[in-house]
Design a protein around this ligand. Structure first.
Ligand code: FAD
Length: 294
């Protein structure tokens, strides 16, 4: 099975898709319909996020194993250091390896229920994603990615230290980073420039959210950690009570963003799907990222 970086070294640009673990059987059926619909478009890889609690974590492990064994997709499992001892982390990494998952997105994670809240380390665990990168790399032939923040991680005192710690994750063995959501291509490109100026030529991948509803816009604003630019509020705000018009305009906004990122030579566009495939399929089809056979 190919690694993420091997999949991204072909004739670019490509797209990839992210899901979260299902909460129940009905959710799982929806997830799998979306996985199958996107599999037909041959994304470079797919990933499943890693939650803070037991059942959600089981859902990641069970479903990523199914993807590895039952589909043609390249799976990437997220893993966080939240509430895990090093021994438990070693176990999870061992499970991933046992089911054939070679790609891991190594994250510190957030305290349960509190995005970007105060970090509470496990007494026998790790403190930073950098240490998790080292642990994963020490345990086998894994391709490891990390997260990056165009506006800086909300707990970083400034962009200089944020860049310094991102570069340390690459020096620790990460081979690529996926960026948190952002609004303007320049926001991502400035992150890329900062990393390059630090003497690092690591692969940076933009994260993209199809803006189909006012809720997806609110989530984007929250996750980005930045305020929404006025031009975007002006375009989407007046359409909040017209779902069809909001969706059409939102997908136009996202398509335009992706077109500009492709023109800037990004290797991959990583779509946050919310476990639904339709909007991502529409955007990648409009961008011409779909193989002819699809
Ligand atoms: P780190 O890289 O450890 O950074 C955390 C903070 O510490 C930053 O401010 C950083 O600058 C600072 N720092 C880093 N290293 C050092 C050091 N050596 N010394 C001092 N300071 C340091 N969360 C989940 O719970 N599950 C997921 O599946 C998940 N998937 C994600 C996918 C993507 C693409 C992104 C962008 C985020 C994802 N997250 C996920 C959220 C992420 O876990 C949180 O944003 C978390 O707060 C930061 O994780 P990190 O890996 O960037 O942490």
């Amino acid at each position: 099975m190919k690694s993420v970086v091997e999949r991204l070294r072909g004739e670019g640009p490509v797209f990839s898709v992210e899901f979260f673990p299902p909460r129940d059987a009905a959710d799982e059926a929806v997830l799998w319909r979306s996985i199958r619909e996107l599999e037909a478009l041959d994304p470079a890889y797919m990933s499943i996020t890693y939650g803070a609690g037991g059942s959600s974590r089981d859902g990641t492990i069970r479903n990523i194993a199914r993807v590895a064994t039952e589909t043609t997709l390249v799976p990437m499992a997220h893993l966080t250091a939240v509430n895990h001892s090093v021994a438990e982390l070693r176990n999870v990494i061992g499970w991933y390896a046992a089911v054939g998952v070679r790609n891991i997105l190594a994250l510190r994670g957030d305290p349960p229920g509190d995005p970007y809240g105060e970090w509470v380390p496990h007494p026998e665990g790790l403190n930073y994603a950098e240490e998790l990168v080292e642990l994963v790399r020490s345990l086998g032939d894994f391709c490891v990615g990390v997260s990056a923040f165009p506006y800086g991680h909300p707990r970083s005192p400034d962009l200089a230290s944020d860049t310094k710690y991102l570069v340390r994750k690459f020096r620790a063995g990460a081979q690529f980073a996926i960026a948190q959501l952002f609004f303007e291509p320049e926001d991502f490109l400035r992150l890329r420039d900062r990393v390059a100026a630090a003497g690092c030529d690591a692969m940076l991948i933009p994260g993209v959210m199809p803006l189909t509803t006012p809720r997806t816009l609110k989530t984007t604003i929250k996750l980005s950690g930045a305020s929404c630019p006025q031009w975007l509020l002006d375009r989407l705000g007046p359409l909040e009570s017209d779902p069809k018009a909001f969706r059409a305009e939102g997908l136009d906004v996202v398509t335009e963003l992706c077109e500009r990122l492709i023109a800037e030579g990004v290797p991959d566009l990583h779509f946050y799907t919310f476990n639904r495939s339709k909007a991502t399929r529409e955007v990648v089809q409009r961008l011409g990222l779909v193989p002819v056979r699809a």
